[in-house]
Design a binder for this molecule. Structure first.
Ligand code: RRO
Length: 315
């Protein structure tokens, strides 16, 4: 089964990559993804300046997923720009590198996008604009305010001449799918949508000590993993249907090859792995890739791209 996927001007050996935030904050972590069986990789969402993020404990693995309130700890834009200078290259053998930015303000995001546009390796980098961080106290998720999302996209498209993508929060209402899609479809240079970020502001309680699981925000944090697969699939499929010109990247609840297959069916062209990558390490990519390949073979597919968007409804 041919697992390669050609989208966004690049060919990926397989559809798998990390979710932004997991195993991608340092050069060492990013190199471990480059060396893994993933089809591509993405850098930790960065801000203009280095940030320490929220106080620990700020991440907890759970039997069915994870909770985090990291608070955007990152090494700062220049660190990841430097990484890309050394590692991003064109050519068939290369892994294209996705570059996530998440400015503390709209101006911050626009400034980083402008710098990335002028980067010598800019053509070998795919910008993912994070509009959905749930964990910085006092900063709402941009993607939940349609007017604000439009302003961010206007600011970034004004300075960034290439196609780019947007990391969206999960939506839970048909009216919100419609409203978000209308905003996104007004920007043809928004070439891909990554659905979904963590399900924001869950609360995990340890009832042996009657205490919250993480320290920031009195225990409120983003939920990932098995808990979120149906929400992720719904968002992938909702935007696949409403934004037919855009590439959809699936993220949420991928533990094994069949979960990745379900994301493909729902309409994802690439599939990100977050919580499970944290739990298992970069070897997860070889396992999930092999499981996906075996599953597609059992189903009689010649190529994974033949499964994309093939979800059937009950007539
Ligand atoms: O760093 C974080 O707390 C974080 C970010 Br920027 C994000 O987009 N999603 C998430 O679950 N955590």
């Amino acid at each position: 089964v041919d697992l390669s996927v050609s989208v966004l001007g690049h060919t990926f050996a397989n559809p798998l990559m990390n979710a932004a935030g997991v195993c991608c904050s340092t050069t060492e972590e990013l190199d471990s993804l480059l060396a893994s069986a993933s089809g591509t990789l993405i850098t930790k969402s960065c801000t203009a300046q280095q940030r320490d993020g929220n106080p620990a404990p700020r991440f907890k693995p759970l039997p069915l997923g994870s909770i985090n309130s990291m608070g955007l700890p990152n090494e700062g834009y220049e660190y990841y720009a430097e990484y890309v200078s050394h590692r991003a290259k064109g050519g068939a053998a290369a892994k294209p590198i996705f570059f996530s930015i998440s400015g503390m303000t709209m101006q911050d995001s626009a400034d980083m996008a402008a710098k990335l546009a002028a980067h010598p390796q800019g053509a070998n980098v795919l910008l993912e604009l994070n509009l959905s961080c749930p964990n910085v106290p006092g900063k709402p998720q941009i993607g939940y305010d349609m007017q604000d999302m439009r302003r961010y996209l206007e600011a970034v498209t004004a300075v960034y001449p290439r196609p780019f993508g947007v990391k969206l929060p999960p939506y839970f209402d048909m009216a919100h799918f419609d409203q978000a899609a209308e905003v996104l479809n007004a920007f043809p240079s928004v070439a891909f949508l990554t659905c979904i970020n963590s399900v924001g502001n869950g609360l995990v309680i340890d009832d042996t000590c009657d205490t919250v699981a993480i320290k920031p925000k009195n225990g409120f944090g983003g939920i990932g993993g098995e808990y979120v697969l149906p929400t992720a699939l719904a968002n992938v499929n909702a935007f696949r249907t409403r934004c037919p010109e855009k590439v959809i990247i699936g993220c949420g609840g991928v533990l094994c090859g069949r979960d990745a297959y379900q994301h493909l069916l729902a309409g994802a062209s690439l599939v990100q792995v977050g919580t499970q990558l944290w739990k298992e390490g970069p070897d997860a990519f070889r396992r999930i890739r092999d499981e996906l390949q075996a599953h597609l073979a059992r189903k009689g597919y010649g190529a994974d791209r033949d499964a994309i968007g093939k979800l059937k409804v009950i007539e």
